[in-house]
Ligand binder design. Structure first.
Ligand SMILES: Cc1ncc(COP(=O)(O)O)c(C=O)c1O
Length: 459
């Protein structure tokens, strides 16, 4: 018989404790992020350049240096459908791996689409609807973002068009169904519906797609229609801002638990869930507290650990402005690993700058190791994690093991950014021994990085 435990497992906040402001880390960063540049002129991009693609309120949030932005009541009202989300102490995982460290996780999988993504989807749909747009176009990798935006759009009676990376479209048919259930239109990317898609299909008819390609298609769609704005699920400053409700809640919940993390961990695709948890803790770190902040990425798409900090396009077809970020090059197409949401060649500029300033460190993991930790977690904590979120679990397990080996006891907090109920085909492949680890060789990285030669260099 297992011993009966007396310490609490779940830390919950009431609806009245939902954060009423988003936290803007730009106000506290030791080095300000470098400007996004217009590729034609090389000059910083201004609000007017972005107006065809985004509503003005989001553009102002993108460049805001105010430390906090008030969350409109209409958004809080929708957040209250699933927020505040629970924080758990992973007692059973701790026992299973025999660690002396304490492991906590913030669980974002309780939202209707099953991830952190609606924290920004709802905000973006709200501001677009308020400024008179009637249709949004977007890309999606694993389908989490597409389903979150479809959910948000239906609440504000907006039309929604989703370009879904082809490999995920094929691997995750039920995410597709979810997007359709919430009333959005969906197509596999590269598609025949845009110039960009047709050109790629002509050259590579079997292209598995990538986030970079799907972004190009969605941007082209939005740029060509008056009624349509573009919506991005990660990377941009305003997206990371909206996610900071996660970390603000976690700060209050850790206090409830009578603990403070020595290590804060998240997985990084474009960086939004990681930023959402980590930025409110980085505010404490910048103010002098000692916290190790760890970003976890796939070895098949090692943007932070092996990419360059450089100006690069956010998409494959060079339709976006030039963004100062860690990048593997805009035409890098990652292997079709199962964490589809982590297959992006770049990362958020705010995170890149904080990595450069050594406030954040990064590690890259192989997918079979990640799935090993995901299954261990599921067998003890019960929740089936999304493959993306499993990178953070793996990071937490490795951190606990390293602490044990060093004879230390640490308090570890990670973000469980979503559940994996629509990712069971990936688990089936893992159990069947069919999951391949991709060793990305240096020659391929160098080939892909050649695409950014000649672009401006950050200071
Ligand atoms: C559950 C989950 N976690 C993480 C990510 C990675 O995105 P980001 O780095 O923006 O959080 C995704 C992307 O689709 C996701 O679905």
């Amino acid at each position: 018989m297992a011993q009966v435990r007396t310490e609490q497992t779940k830390f919950l906040l009431s609806e009245s404790e939902l954060p009423r402001r988003w936290y803007n880390i730009r106000a506290d960063m030791p080095s300000p992020p470098q400007p996004v540049l217009h590729p034609g002129t090389g000059e910083p991009v201004g609000p007017d350049d972005l107006a065809p693609l985004f509503p003005m309120e989001l553009i102002l949030q993108e460049v805001s240096e105010d430390p906090e932005v008030a969350i409109p009541e209409e958004i809080l009202d929708i957040y209250s459908l699933w927020r505040p989300t629970p924080l758990f102490r992973a007692h059973r995982l701790e026992n299973a791996i025999g660690t002396r460290s304490r492991i906590f996780y913030k669980y974002e999988g309780v939202s209707p689409p099953g991830s952190h993504k609606p924290n920004t989807a709802v905000a973006q749909a709200y501001y677009n609807a308020k400024e008179g747009r009637t249709r949004l176009a977007t890309e999606t990798g694993a389908g989490q973002w597409g389903s979150a935006l479809a959910f948000a759009c239906t609440l504000f009676q907006l039309e929604c068009k989703v370009y879904m990376v082809k490999i995920s479209y094929e691997q995750k048919p039920f995410r597709r169904s979810l997007i359709q259930a919430w009333g959005a239109e969906i197509v596999a990317s590269p598609s025949e519906e845009t110039q960009v898609g047709r050109a790629i299909l002509e050259e590579h008819p079997d292209s598995p797609g990538s986030l970079g390609i799907a972004i190009s298609e969605a941007v082209e769609d939005a740029a060509q229609r008056e009624d349509t704005a573009y919506s991005l699920g990660s990377v941009l400053n305003h997206v990371l801002l909206h996610q900071t409700v996660i970390g603000q809640e976690a700060l209050a919940q850790m206090e409830q638990a009578g603990a403070f993390p020595d290590v804060v961990i998240g997985c990084v695709g474009g960086g939004s869930n990681f930023a959402g948890l980590a930025f409110p803790f980085l505010r404490e770190k910048i103010a002098g507290r000692d916290i190790d902040v760890l970003a976890c990425e796939p070895a098949a798409c090692p943007t932070l650990t092996r990419g360059l900090f450089a100006y690069d396009f956010g998409d494959t077809s060079k339709l976006t402005p030039l963004v100062p970020m860690h990048t593997l090059g805009h035409d890098f197409i990652p292997e079709p690993i199962h964490a589809g949401g982590l297959r992006y060649h770049g990362v958020a500029p705010l995170i890149s700058q904080l990595v450069r300033d050594e406030l954040i460190r990064a590690e890259a993991y192989l997918q079979t190791d990640v799935f090993g930790s995901a299954v261990e977690f599921a067998r003890h904590e019960g929740i089936i994690p999304a493959p993306e979120a499993a990178h953070a679990i793996h990071g937490a397990v490795l951190t606990a093991r390293a602490a044990d080996e060093a004879g230390e006891e640490r308090t570890i907090l990670f973000n469980l950014s979503g559940h994996g109920h629509f990712d069971m085909a990936a688990y089936d492949n893992y159990f069947a021994g069919k999951l391949e680890d991709v060793a990305l060789d240096e020659a391929e990285i160098q080939r892909a990085l050649a695409a950014i030669e000649g672009l401006p260099t950050p200071a």
